[in-house]
Design a binder for this molecule. Structure first.
Ligand code: KIV
Ligand code: ZN
Length: 403
């Protein structure tokens, strides 16, 4: 079993892989605001950017390192290809942080070696050892990723991992770069690494995954069962193509189902301690901040943070919830920082109460938008006994989509 931190570390890459979402570029002040909120949320590591990619990225990582990377704050990490220039720039950018990490990577799949890197396996093995050692000469905390691990030959990947650990890597990250694997396959990849890499007990095993088949979160949960102890994820699941594994879904799955996951971490099922250090009541606020600053709307039916995630529409469900919430709710909305979504407004409520509640939720509408939204609210209130904050948010987001 790999070096075990005794819980699951949350590595947030919203500001690096998340920012790679088409159209999601953030300015320096926006990145800083997100990094500060991620620290309040309680993530263990913030991947703040890719310093060699641009001077904007370099300065953002440096600024975040200086202001969020306090001794009791998160580790601040930068990404670097396995190349000396990238690694040097990364070390400089993360330097102001009290706890800093260089995350370096190279592809290990034959398809990437042949068509992208144009290198042999022996060359990749040599570059890994040399560049990880170089990174380790600059910082104590080095993460190494086998890019496209999900499609790599396990035997070759095991050799690369062993070389990376011998050269000083303290975290080994296994990315399903193209979101290709299924949960059973991904779990087996992690189990295989634990079984076959002789020095794996000197590193934490991390996972990183994309959502091309919508399986990233499921894959990660299987990875945790097989020994992964760091999860790389983004707020609202934003990221390249279909996005990355979503932080809020992972954290809440581990929280709600902790008696199921506890034994995989060597704990008794009934242990109450959370599996992660995330303050779940900060989740909604963080999701809204990232959505507002990136301009990427959250789909209404998105688990945990979608506008409908805690709304009950059908009469049968409403009736059940009014008798006992546990009939149709597995999460108390307050756990993720939403106001109690019990009754807030109903069909007898007036326009000013409606406007005031929207303003409390952060929405100030122009007069004609407010009229339209109020008309929708009245229609809904005729059908639905209980109008929750989530319903109000759904009304407003429909409104925005129709403009
Ligand atoms: O998806 C990927 O493989 C990555 C690596 C750089 C970790 O983002
Ligand atoms: Zn990625």
């Amino acid at each position: 079993m790999a070096r075990d931190p005794g819980r699951v570390l949350i590595f947030d890459t919203t500001l690096r892989d998340g920012e790679q979402s088409p159209g999601a570029s953030l300015n320096l002040e926006e990145k800083l605001a997100i990094a500060q909120q991620l620290a309040r949320l309680g993530v263990d590591i913030i991947e703040a950017g890719f310093p060699f990619a641009s001077s904007g990225d370099f300065h953002a990582v440096q600024r975040i390192a200086a202001s969020v990377g306090t001794p009791d704050g998160p580790v601040i990490c930068g990404l670097a290809r396995a190349a000396a220039g990238d690694i040097k720039a990364c070390a400089e950018a993360v330097a102001p942080a009290a706890r800093r990490r260089i995350h370096t990577f190279i592809a290990t799949s034959d398809i990437h070696l042949e068509h992208k890197l144009r290198k042999t396996r022996a060359e990749v093995l040599a570059i890994t050892a040399e560049m990880v050692a170089y990174a380790r000469s600059l910082v104590d905390d080095v993460e190494f990723s086998c890019e496209d691990a999900g499609r790599s030959d396990p035997e070759f990947m095991h050799q690369v991992i062993e070389a990376a650990i011998n050269a000083g890597a303290t975290t080994i990250n296994i990315p399903d770069t193209v979101g290709y694997t299924t949960p059973a396959e991904f779990g087996a990849i992690i189990a295989g690494i634990n079984r076959a890499v002789p020095n794996i007990d000197r590193a934490v095993i991390s996972v990183h995954g994309h959502n091309d088949l919508g399986l990233a979160v499921a894959n990660f949960l299987e990875a945790v069962k097989n020994g992964a102890r760091q999860l790389e994820c983004t707020i609202n699941g934003i990221g390249e193509r279909a996005g990355n594994a979503s932080l809020e879904e992972l954290v809440m799955a581990l929280h709600v189902r902790r008696s199921y996951f506890n034994p995989f971490l060597g704990r008794p099922p009934e242990q109450r301690d959370p599996l992660t250090n995330v303050r779940t009541e900060e989740i909604t606020k963080t999701s809204r901040l990232v959505s507002n600053l990136t301009g990427m709307a959250v789909q209404p039916n998105k688990a945990i943070v979608g506008a409908n995630a805690f709304a009950h529409e059908s009469g049968i469900h409403q009736d059940g919830v009014l008798k006992n919430r546990l009939t149709y709710e597995i999460i108390d909305a307050r756990t993720v920082g939403l106001a109690d979504n019990r009754l807030s407004l109903g069909k007898l409520s007036g326009r000013s109460a409606f406007r005031a509640r929207l303003e409390e939720l952060g929405y100030t509408l122009e007069r004609h938008d407010l009229d339209d939204a109020f008309a929708r609210f009245k229609e809904l209130a005729d059908r639905k006994r209980e109008i929750t904050d989530r319903d109000l948010e759904a009304i407003v987001s429909e409104q925005v989509q129709q403009q």
